[in-house]
Write a protein that binds this ligand. Structure first.
Ligand code: KIV
Ligand code: ZN
Length: 524
């Protein structure tokens, strides 16, 4: 028997570190994963899916350490439908005070064809693997991947088998983002009503955003009886991404009148974690993204500004403070000291150690010399791009660029490589191309440029630019970031930062050498 207050409670299951991190290019380092897991735990996420332990040593080590550090969240790992995956997953999550094994298999006709199993063979496999997981862990989640394209009768049959074998949560994934709200609600409602034992387990919803309906589909599923929403920060995830945590949580908060459900999330922590996930994944948040976009609370037009001054509710359905945006944005200047900087960092949600503060302070002073006012966004860009102490074999010493109309640009670049100063001059199609060529002359490499992105941090021609560069070499991906008032300098530093990280990842054999040999889609 569940009480009324248990019935209106929706569990938040965050999979930023698994489904999110698995999206091409979003790879995070070991330390970054630990940091994000800590923030998810602090903000009240009920279940953190910390990774896919059998996928690589790096994943295994990250899940184990997250499990050891977890304070309040339950830590979950993903496993395919075989004993080796499930055992490895248990080895990693068993350290947590509260743990979960999440095992899955693709049940739709297209997914059944991959391991070439008959319906009966797959049903047996589900029984064996869920029972095995349940013998190890008393909290087991089972997912029929591509559930929304699985035949109704077969879906009911396999869900019943999983419940009988001991699954405590049944997750219904819309793996390819195919469903729509009416269908999403109906599917969960009918499963709970039809499948024997369906009212004794928790049903979860896991939506992808291919048609832009992930949030709507997740909320509709809750209306149909789901009591766990699977989501990621910023909607990070494969293709068009997963349901965005901040969207479902804020929708339930703001429209509690028509969706009377509770979560445990401290919404004031949303902005900070959104920025950190954007920074470490290299996936910038689009300006007009709901809740966390740069413009989500900006009011530019005269009519809007006038209305806002009279009454903020004219154009705002939630307060910026509710998602952790500080109302005041008092700029720092070149006379501000280290204590003021630390204070500002704390207000913005950053706890930095003495060494990191020293690095940020030096760069803050350099920035304040060039820029009249240093805003909150500038400070956050400095934190996001502070250097990794363990990856500084290549360093930019100086850069001079000649460019103009009607000819190639020329870059003369001085770099320190393993302590030795070297200079190269290269021409290219624009200043950034010339600069990257000069870097490659000094440090030859075959890394492929997967992403090059520039963002102005604040307004004005003296604004800092943050540049993200993502490189790929032999399956290893590394992202570099930098900020500078000079876009070409920021680009050079971001490129060098990514190269440094590639070097570290290539050398490491322990945590962080995150080369996955298998895909979670190889089911058997
Ligand atoms: O989208 C999906 O089907 C998944 C499963 C592994 C749950 O991520
Ligand atoms: Zn997914």
């Amino acid at each position: 028997m569940t009480t009324a207050s248990e019935q209106d409670r929706v569990l938040i299951f965050d999979t930023t570190l698994r489904d999110g991190e698995q999206s091409p290019g979003a790879t995070m380092t070991h330390d970054e994963k630990l940091e994000i897991a800590g923030l998810l735990d602090d903000m009240g996420v009920d279940i953190i899916e910390a990774g896919f332990p059998i996928a690589s040593e790096g994943d295994f080590n990250a899940v184990s350490e997250i499990a050891k550090n977890a304070k309040n969240s339950r830590i979950c790992g993903l496993a395919r439908a075989n004993f080796a995956d499930i055992d490895r997953c248990w080895e990693a999550v068993k350290h947590a005070r509260q743990n979960r094994i999440h095992t899955f298999i693709g049940t739709s006709p297209l997914h059944r064809a991959i391991p070439n199993l008959t319906m009966d063979e797959m049903a047996d496999k589900i029984h064996e693997t869920v029972s095995h997981a349940r013998n190890l862990c008393d909290n087991v989640q089972w997912s029929p991947m591509d559930a929304t394209r699985t035949e109704w009768d077969y879906l009911c049959r396999v869900v019943e088998i999983a419940i009988k074998a001991g699954a405590t949560t049944i997750n219904i994934p819309d793996t390819v983002g195919y469903t729509a709200p009416v269908e999403s609600a109906d599917l969960i409602r009918r499963l709970i009503e039809t499948v024997p034992g369906g009212d004794e387990v928790i049903f979860a919803t896991h939506c992808h955003n291919d048609l832009g309906m992930a949030t709507a589909n997740s909320l509709a599923a809750v209306d149909g009886g789901a009591r766990q929403i699977e989501c990621t920060i910023n909607g990070l995830g494969e293709r068009a991404g997963n349901t965005a945590l901040e969207e479902v949580v804020m929708a339930l908060k703001v429209r509690n009148d028509i969706m009377p459900y509770r979560t445990r999330i401290d919404t004031t922590k949303i902005m900070h974690i959104s920025r950190r996930v954007a920074a470490v994944s290299g996936f910038a948040v689009q300006f007009n993204k709901a809740i966390v976009g740069k413009n989500a609370f900006a009011h530019e037009s005269g009519i809007h500004q006038d209305g806002m001054l009279k009454n903020a509710e004219t154009f705002e359905i939630m307060r910026p403070e509710d998602v952790g945006l500080s109302g005041s944005s008092l700029p720092l200047g070149k006379h501000s000291g280290r204590a003021a900087l630390r204070d500002k960092l704390n207000q913005l949600g950053y706890e930095v150690g003495d060494n990191q503060l020293k690095d940020i302070f030096v760069r803050f002073k350099a920035l304040a010399d060039r820029k009249k006012e240093v805003f909150d966004d500038d400070i956050m860009a400095l934190v996001t791009t502070s250097t990794d102490p363990e990856s500084d074999r290549l360093q930019l010493v100086s850069l001079r660029v000649l460019c103009g109309t009607g000819g190639p640009a020329e870059a003369t670049l001085e770099m320190e490589i393993d302590g030795t100063d070297m200079t190269a001059t290269q021409s290219g199609d624009g200043p950034v191309d010339a600069t990257f060529r000069a870097v490659r002359e000094l440090h030859p490499n075959k890394a492929r440029l997967q992403l090059y992105q520039v963002h102005a941090v604040t307004e004005g021609t003296d604004a800092q630019a943050t540049v993200s560069v993502r490189l790929e070499e032999d399956g290893i991906i590394a992202t570099g970031q930098s900020a500078d008032t000079d876009t070409v300098v920021a680009s050079a530093k971001a490129y060098i930062h990514a190269l440094n990280r590639l070097l570290v990842r290539r050398e490491k054999t322990g945590p962080g050498a995150d080369v996955r040999e298998i895909s979670y889609k190889d089911v058997t």
